[in-house]
Design a protein around this ligand. Structure first.
Ligand code: HEC
Ligand code: HEC
Length: 361
């Protein structure tokens, strides 16, 4: 009995040591569950359906582009282009964003304080006109649902994933499945995470100096918390995560101002998360910054033209190098290589014969 108690106490001590950082703040475990939405709870089959949809080019009008074409797992769910041409050949305007830990973000995209759920966001690439990304331009409800109904596996998968809706295959259930898959995209196993959970040697001495600079230079006030963005801080409004690093050139993307029409919002963009940022070049909302050192320097390039005191600092080359070592320690190989997030294997994950035709169909 005494031995069992000691063991419990010891286990408690070990758990406590491994979940508390050197500075004493709690850091989440690698398997922290993403927040789920009560009206769209995750189930294994719904997540699998979402993954199939994410990798399916039939979600674009001409069958050439899937979500994964732009959001590649090996690059932290981004692609190497500055921006990507729209489906219709129109020049893209914004850099593709990483999808790591999006479940926690209170707004989505570089400039969408009103885009507050993944369910809402997923409609933008499929249906959107500006830019035309996947080309359905408002016609997805009929055309896309009809197309998927005629494909192998989907009718049975929708029946298994949405029994309460009689297996409804519609734009609603398509975005619901995409959203539960994206909420699974949790990246919390980078070397820096292991360091914060108590593994003292998980990162280099240089990365440790970079981590200290990340705090002292106040990077952490915008790239805050375990998801490295103030858009994932509890209790904040979406607008609080928008900041201007450099005023836009005339006629260029005005960011938040486009939505609010307020002059003071010109050039403000939502703080991006920095997980796997070493894999996601080029940088910034327009992809105009090619390298990580330049991405860091870009913050301070126009000090004087903007009022935020956090952006009026100076950084020497050694400090930039230390910060890069820190940012590289945010590369999470477990996430990049997780087979559960990769292209699904061919074949149906649920037997097609077992799926009962729904009375609603
Ligand atoms: C043609 C390339 C392209 C395709 C295809 C595409 N995206 Fe994106 N994605 C982008 C770009 C560019 C942004 C940034 C958009 C902006 O800020 O206006 C983005 C942003 C996002 C975000 C916001 C991430 C954040 O940090 O706020 C999510 C979520 C997302 N995409 C999911 C999807 C899903 C789901 C699909 C498939 C239905 C998809 N994307 C298809 C290019 C693409
Ligand atoms: C005042 C808030 C704020 C502070 C302080 C701040 N950042 Fe940023 N950071 C942003 C915003 C906003 C963007 C995106 C700006 C854009 O696209 O125009 C960004 C972009 C980045 C990017 C590019 C990410 C990508 O995916 O394109 C990196 C890297 C980065 N910041 C690192 C840092 C480092 C390191 C520091 C400290 C030296 C720092 N930031 C301080 C708000 C901030």
């Amino acid at each position: 009995m005494a031995a069992a108690l000691a063991c419990v106490a010891l286990t408690g001590l070990v758990a406590c040591v491994s979940s508390v950082s050197p500075s004493g703040e709690p850091w989440p475990a690698a398997d922290l569950a993403p927040p789920s939405h009560a009206d769209n709870p995750p189930t294994p089959v719904k997540i699998e359906l979402g993954r199939r949809l994410f990798y399916d080019a039939d979600l674009s009008w001409d069958g050439t582009v899937s979500c994964a074409t732009c959001h590649e797992q090996k690059r932290g769910f981004t692609d190497p282009n500055k921006t990507r041409q729209g489906f219709d050949g129109a020049p893209g305007e914004r850099n593709i964003q990483t999808l790591a830990n999006v479940a926690w973000f209170n707004s989505l995209t570089w400039g969408g304080p009103h885009v507050d759920t993944l369910e809402h966001q997923a409609l933008i690439p499929i249906e959107g006109f500006v830019p035309v990304e996947m080309g359905f331009g408002g016609k997805a409800e009929g055309a896309l649902a009809q197309r998927l109904k005629g494909k192998a596996c989907y009718p049975s998968l929708f029946r298994a994933a949405f029994p309460e809706r009689n297996g409804e295959l519609s734009i609603d259930t398509i975005v619901m499945a995409l959203s539960v898959f994206q909420r699974e995209l949790v990246s919390l196993d980078a070397p820096y995470d292991r360091y914060r959970r108590g593994e003292a040697n998980a990162i280099s001495a240089q990365a440790k100096r970079g981590a200290a600079l990340f705090e002292s230079k106040q990077c952490v006030s915008c790239h805050a918390g375990p998801h490295f963005t103030d858009a994932a801080l509890p209790g904040r409004t979406p607008y609080e995560a928008f900041h201007m690093l450099a005023p836009p050139a005339a006629g260029k993307d005005a960011g938040l101002q486009r939505i609010t029409q307020k002059a003071e919002d010109t050039g403000k963009f939502r703080t991006p998360g920095l997980r796997n940022v070493a894999l996601s070049a080029p940088y910034m909302h327009n992809g105009e910054v090619a390298t990580l050192p330049d991405a860091i320097r870009h913050h301070f390039a126009v000090a004087g033209k903007q009022s935020d005191p956090r952006l009026k600092q100076t950084l020497n080359d050694a400090e930039v190098a230390d910060l890069i070592a820190f940012l590289e320690a945010l590369t999470d190989q477990t996430f990049i290589k997780n087979p559960a997030f990769a292209l699904p294997k061919p074949g149906c994950p649920v037997p097609e014969d077992d799926a009962k035709p729904s009375s609603a169909r």
